[in-house]
Design a protein around this ligand. Sequence first.
Ligand code: SRM
Ligand code: SF4
Length: 536
Amino acid sequence: MSQVKTTCFQIMARVNSPPEKLNKFEKYKVEKDGLAVKDELEDFARMGWESIDETDLTQRLKWLGIFFRPVTPGKFMLRLRIPNGVLSSGQMYVLASIVQRYGDDGSADITTRQNLQLRGIRFEDFPDILQRLKKVGLTSIQSGMDNVRNITGSPVAGIEAGEFIDTRLLCKAIQNSITSDGEGNLEFTNLPRKFNIAVAGSPDNSVHAEINDIAFIPAFKNSTFGFNVLVGGFFSAKRCESAIPLNAWVEPQQAVDLSCAILRVYRDHGLRSNRQKARLMWLIDEWGLEKFRSAIEAELGTTLSEAAPEDEIAWDKRDHIGLHPQKQAGMFYAGLHVPVGRLQADEMFELARLAEVYGSGELRLTLEQNVIIIDIPDNKLAAFRSESLLEKFSLSPQPLVRELVSCTGAQFCNFALVETKQRALALAKKLSSQLSVSQPVRIHWTGCPNSCGQPQVADIGLMGTKTRKDGKTVEAVDIYMGGKVGKDAQLGTRVMKAVPCDELESVLRNILVEQFGAKSIDLTTVADSATVSVVE
Ligand code: SRM
Ligand code: SF4
């Protein structure tokens, strides 16, 4: 423990101008680094979670990926790190068996960062669970609070004909650097705030580069492949920004060093007094891009090459659902639609089995909360198609369900203003039964303004809020529209405010008819429109 404290103080000493007034999160991080709980986990497990110091329980344990859930006390959530969303069937079997132990309480969610969160876990089991994860090469370290989140990459890396680079090794290398190969790295455990990194490898920007604090975008310079670098993208309740060009181009082998250099600049200079103004973009605003870029150069000890004039993002974003040929001749990948990303233990076992029986045993997770099984030879496709799991996890879901994404919402998240996952699914199914839509519509739900469900990148984004109706406070949503993904990505904006959830069916029906060409299945006109306030 003394080692943890020393390193923590060394890091704090490097902060050039310490803020006059640290916010309460900064204070507890100075008192004891979040990672310190790693050495205390066995003792905590023996004591029982009720006896753990409150800050350790509700905050510092998130440095190990362990989340106390105030909505379900005693049933913990474990957020993993799955760089580039790549999982082996062996890893999936272990995760399934962890979740299975908790019966009806156990489940897993695929997240909007191509990752998994396990639910319903009893605290006393964590020491054993973390050991089991380590044995199969998985970690949950530094996955919550003021740490770098799961590194996202192309879900079809290494198997897609049009890709420029297989992002898997790079995502893993960035994670290994930041976490000391999954053991925990005190160099990066006291950032001013959370931090997101994405690596795009294909022309379709499948990682939503624009909403990350650092994004690497394929770009050629004098015929050499590398990345243009974007910085500062983020969503928060107060402010949402697209990432901006750093005016820098790096070769793939420089991406890890550049990521670490940016993180060091952010760690040492990021704003720490007001937590609402602590994300990277606020520092870029305060300094200006030139000063920020120079600080990175100083940290790297070298000058950055200017950005390539053009990047290679040229395609619309795809959802990877269905059967698709791989670049390996005769091989296919199967994108299975997992409704709102929720998995039960038996389904996880089945996914692992299908990956072994039909593919090479490798699975991929997507940012749309779905699963891909890769390396299926064409002569196994017919048998694969007849597997019963595909009745639940379809290869061809209905257009209004196909691209549905939802954050956790009120079932487990204490920030939530509305229930999301069940409602999202029920409504999408209901609208599918009423309307015929020729194109998938990207519908994203998020339970509060933190925007974990990324409503700003959706065709139709729904953000939980509360409103007054008939003298009562009721669940409602703000509606976002116009999010464009892939080439020329741009964030959607709020078009309607506080639509009560019980009016949402008719409001969405009208939007789908008027703006997405949906037709009533029974050919009667869509009549009833709800009263809503429109944001100018
Ligand atoms: Fe998030 C906090 C869930 C992606 C912005 N997010 C939370 C917490 C930890 C709050 C809490 O303690 O309950 C949620 C955990 C609920 C639970 O039990 O699951 C939570 N966030 C999620 C996930 C699971 C949503 C999902 O269903 O997929 C996603 C996990 C990703 C991962 O694997 O690490 C998730 N969160 C995001 C994203 C999307 C992204 O990264 O592309 C964002 C917006 C992008 C960004 O961060 O710039 C996001 N989450 C937030 C914020 C607002 C951050 C800010 O700067 O203000 C919070 C609140 C906070 O950090 O104070 C938050
Ligand atoms: Fe929770 Fe809000 Fe994030 Fe949804 S958007 S998971 S409700 S913090």
